[in-house]
Design a binder for this molecule. Structure first.
Ligand SMILES: [Zn+2]
Length: 229
């Protein structure tokens, strides 16, 4: 007999630093998706509701402040796997954000935290970037992975729905990694906003996600209606 379908919602990084008006890396209209996310969290078809939190040390490698002469949002930096210097990731640098112990790291108070079943921290290792809630992008070997996959596997989750901030970085990478980890993966566009929001940027994202096996859906999709019951 086939395994029964079991679904989890992953709410990525709904934190003060990613939201207006005070966030260091505020995503335009990012705070506005929280009402829809709260509605989703009340759907009876969801077994787990997991909130993630970008949770950096003060000297994290992704901060432009750690690399003299660079500029946040513009400069790229190549990060090496600390256990295999031949494996690299080249990505943008950011303003200091989501530093442990600061206001910016907190989940926004509008999020219905009482409905959340687990909180997963990411980006704890100062040496590597971790957009995905599963862990850094390195594979040979993997390092500093979060407990997310264990939480999902222990609960028998088959289907994962991803929302939160930001669409083009942590939400995208979490969804792509969920496919790699063997989950049927849906990204709900009504529950996310990107750092770069032009129509061209969003078209490119959708194409990349589909090529990588993520199903991009809207609020009225049949998959979500089934969860709503
Ligand atoms: Zn970060």
């Amino acid at each position: 007999m086939a395994n029964p379908k079991k679904s989890a919602l992953i709410v990525v990084d709904m934190q003060e630093d990613f939201c207006e008006p005070n966030g260091a890396l505020a995503v335009k209209d990012g705070r506005g998706v929280v009402n829809y996310i709260n509605e989703l969290m009340s759907y009876p078809g969801l077994t787990l509701k997991i909130a993630t939190q970008d949770f950096h040390p003060h000297d994290h490698i992704s901060f432009a402040s750690q690399h003299p002469g660079t500029e946040a949002f513009k400069s790229e930096h190549t990060i090496r796997n600390p256990e295999n210097e031949g494996e690299t990731q080249t990505t943008l640098l950011w303003p200091d954000h989501c530093v442990r112990g600061t206001k910016g790291v907190e989940l926004i108070p509008e999020l219905h935290i009482n409905k959340v079943t687990h909180i997963v921290h990411k980006g704890l290792d100062t040496r590597v970037e971790a957009y995905s809630a599963f862990g850094p992008p390195f594979r040979n070997p993997r390092i500093s992975m979060s407990e997310l996959d264990t939480i999902l596997k222990d609960a028998g989750i088959t289907d994962v729905f991803v929302v939160g901030l930001a669409y083009d970085f942590c939400v995208k990478c979490t969804a792509v990694d969920a496919v790699e980890h063997g989950y049927r993966t849906f990204l709900i566009e009504d529950g996310t906003k990107g750092v770069f929001q032009s129509g061209e940027a969003v078209d490119g994202l959708r194409k990349e996600l589909r090529e990588k096996g993520v199903v991009v859906v809207g609020a009225e999709s049949e998959e979500l209606m089934a969860l709503k019951g």
